[in-house]
Write a protein that binds this ligand. Structure first.
Ligand SMILES: *Cc1c(COP(=O)(O)O)cnc(C)c1O
Ligand SMILES: [Zn+2]
Length: 392
């Protein structure tokens, strides 16, 4: 994590520090670890969009004609959950993004990067939210778009891709390997793959931190974590705010995983330096079910360096949290509810202090994962006797 020293920006390896020029589509270091832009140092200005107000923190001028209205999402103070958990709980509602998840913030930046390098084709590897996001922004930018999905993808998720007209390819074989294979093929076939932890996707995710700090200074930020891209983006945003003198101290960052697929928490809590592939992953929180996250080691390094926390939660706890968020008026998918389950655990253990300001990132919308949701209890009544139904 180095601050930009003036002159040309470089991509730097998050592990070994090796530098790469921005003129070529480098995405990972030769050592295998992800690359990242140096820390931006700037001052915010005015503007209706976060991209305008924080324009000095982004690597290029962001074009409104490529935007679908991502970002500037609501930060909602939870009423019942705040009281119940004994904290000031704020919910960053990312379900209001154009394709109903935070992925749109990163895709928006990724599209700029692809065009900057002169690509006419883009792609991604995903089973859900990122696929829809890249397909939508590819359509917006009129780029040929390739979506590589796993052979076990649910029909419900395939259908969500239909409107955008991207080419969808179902790949049989190891899904974890597909991430690396896609980058290789992309280089040969001139396709820019905007995968989960692309360096420019990370730049887009910083906008979440900027928006939070415009409203409150949190003590904790709780982040559902799969590939590690979102976690890295939010942390980088806060580091840049601190570097720029806009905040005095960093919040404590909490990475949340599902117990049935928690390679990062497992490595962190066992004092390991590297993550290992999580065998037989199984969780209802499919959006965070990556058994071998490409930014797993990078997240581990940040957790260690910044005194972060990693919490794994059980599916029952997640489903309960999803229901509780519903009672606050917010319908999120299971992956997005894991944060609430994690906060409850950390409160029970006395790790999060009473009355702390806690932000939980509600990463994606519940309407995308209706298959596990049961219909509510329904009462029936004839029109003729409708009024009788209101007697009690
Ligand atoms: C992608 C995603 C995550 C995890 O983000 P990573 O960048 O892969 O760590 C969490 N929740 C939802 C709903 C997502 O779509
Ligand atoms: Zn390296």
């Amino acid at each position: 994590m180095t601050v930009h020293g003036g002159g040309e920006f470089m991509l730097k390896c998050t592990a070994c520090g090796r530098e790469y020029s921005l003129r070529k589509p480098y995405q990972r270091c030769e050592c295998g670890e992800p690359l990242e832009l140096e820390l931006f140092k700037s001052v915010p200005g005015i503007g209706r969009r976060v991209w305008e107000r924080f324009s000095g923190f982004f690597p290029f001028e962001l074009k409104p004609e490529l935007s679908l209205g991502e970002g500037d999402t609501p930060l909602i103070k939870a009423k019942k959950l705040s009281k119940e958990l004994g904290v000031k709980l704020y919910l960053k509602n990312e379900t209001t993004n154009p394709t109903w998840s935070f992925k749109d913030r990163g895709t928006y930046l990724g599209i700029h990067r692809a065009l900057q390098l002169g690509f006419k084709k883009i792609g991604t590897v995903s089973t859900g939210n990122m696929a829809a996001s890249v397909a939508a922004y590819g359509a917006r930018a009129e780029l040929e778009t390739y979506i590589l999905v796993s052979s076990t993808i649910a029909k419900e998720k395939l259908k969500a891709l239909a409107p955008y007209g991207a080419r969808v390819i179902k790949v049989h074989g190891d899904y974890g390997e597909l991430y690396y294979k896609s980058l290789e093929i992309g280089q040969r076939k001139d396709i820019y793959f905007i995968n989960s932890d692309d360096p420019f996707r990370i730049e887009g995710y910083k906008s979440i931190s900027f928006e939070i700090i415009e409203e409150i200074t949190p003590d904790y930020v709780v982040i559902p974590t799969s590939s590690g891209g979102l976690f890295r983006g939010i942390v980088k945003g806060f580091l840049e705010l601190k570097e720029s003198g806009l905040i005095e101290k960093l919040p404590r960052f909490v990475a949340v995983q599902a117990e049935g697929c928690s390679p990062i928490c497992k490595a962190f809590n066992n004092g390991k330096e590297k993550i290992e592939r999580f065998e037989n992953p199984h969780t209802i929180a499919h959006a965070i079910e990556n058994p071998y996250p490409p930014s797993g080691n990078a997240v581990l390094r940040l957790l260690r360096k910044l005194n972060g926390l990693c919490v794994a939660v059980r599916d029952e706890e997640t489903l309960k949290a999803q229901e509780e968020l519903g009672r606050e008026g917010l319908f999120v998918q299971p992956a997005s509810a894991t944060g609430i389950a994690a906060i409850r655990k950390l409160r029970e253990k006395g790790i999060i202090e009473e009355n702390s300001r806690v932000v939980s990132i509600l990463t994606g919308a519940g309407l995308k994962t209706l298959s596990h949701v049961e219909a509510p209890k329904v009462e029936e009544c004839s029109l003729e006797f409708l009024e009788e139904c209101f007697r009690w």
